[in-house]
Design a protein around this ligand. Structure first.
Ligand SMILES: Nc1ncnc2c1ncn2[C@@H]1O[C@H](COP(=O)(O)OP(=O)(O)OP(=O)(O)O)[C@@H](O)[C@H]1O
Length: 232
């Protein structure tokens, strides 16, 4: 589903006449198979977010190749990435990234508006989705009128509304209490089992790593371990 080959990435920092290359990812090779839940772990600064940003096309690799759903996306221009993301990828973030001036309904609807889906179809799909994530009664609430767990459910619903085969998540449970975290993890497992959605999840959290079939560990920009978790 996702294949990363000999991927390296450097950032250039400092002023023009004193530019320094900071090598952040070094020769990463990995594969995420369809229907897997893979967690990416590693210390702060080990390159986890950079890897996810490369897989999402927000930054371009210095070296190496990325294939997603059998497409070589490495050299995609921004417009091609935008279309590719809209069709293949859903995103969940620690900070939810909801639009504060939009209701739960409108936040979930937004990706469909961007895809040009008709209003009638949007209404049907958003209402089904609100039901699925248990937020029917909160459809007209603004993010500030929702709890952290409810906001994260809106963000999950927004990620799912375009039915992406892959969801990329950056510390999705980072802002949640234990109980809400468990709810989200159960939901992720349900989506994975019932809808075969592939998940790549950056986490510091042992509980998240526990639901993953595989854990990829980065150390100082290198792949330090890629192991299957026997229990699940
Ligand atoms: N835009 C950038 N310009 C320069 N350096 C960057 C940039 N983005 C990230 N870095 C550096 O790359 C390294 C890896 O950062 P990254 O955010 O990928 O780590 P991380 O493992 O996700 O960390 P955390 O767990 O703290 O989020 C860090 O040393 C960081 O300072």
């Amino acid at each position: 589903m996702i294949k990363v080959e000999k991927l390296s990435h450097s950032f250039f920092v400092g002023k023009k006449n004193n530019r320094q290359e900071v090598s952040v990812l070094k020769d990463i090779n990995l594969e995420v198979k369809e229907g897997e839940i893979v967690s990416i772990v590693g210390r702060s600064g080990s390159g986890k977010s950079t890897l996810l940003n490369l897989m999402s096309g927000y930054i371009k690799p210095t070296e190496g190749d990325i294939f997603i759903a059998d497409e070589r996306v490495t050299d995609y221009k921004e417009s091609a990435w935008a279309e590719f993301r809209a069709n293949h990828l859903g995103f969940i973030f620690q900070s939810f990234q909801l639009i504060p001036s939009m209701t739960a309904y409108q936040n979930i609807e937004l990706p469909l508006v961007m895809k040009g889906v008709s209003e009638k179809e949007r209404e049907k799909r958003v209402n089904e989705m609100l039901d699925k994530v248990g937020l029917k009664a909160f459809r007209d609430h603004y993010p500030s009128e929702l709890s952290g767990g409810q906001q994260q459910r809106v963000s999950v619903a927004r990620a799912l509304i375009v039915q992406p085969p892959i969801i990329l998540a950056d510390e999705p449970t980072g802002s949640l209490d234990q109980e809400t975290e468990k709810e989200l993890l159960d939901f992720i497992q349900k989506l994975n089992k019932e809808e075969n959605i592939t998940f790549v999840i950056i986490t510091h959290d042992e509980e998240v790593a526990r639901i993953a079939e595989r854990t990829i560990r980065l150390e100082d920009g290198r792949l330090a371990a890629d192991r299957e978790v026997a229990f699940r």
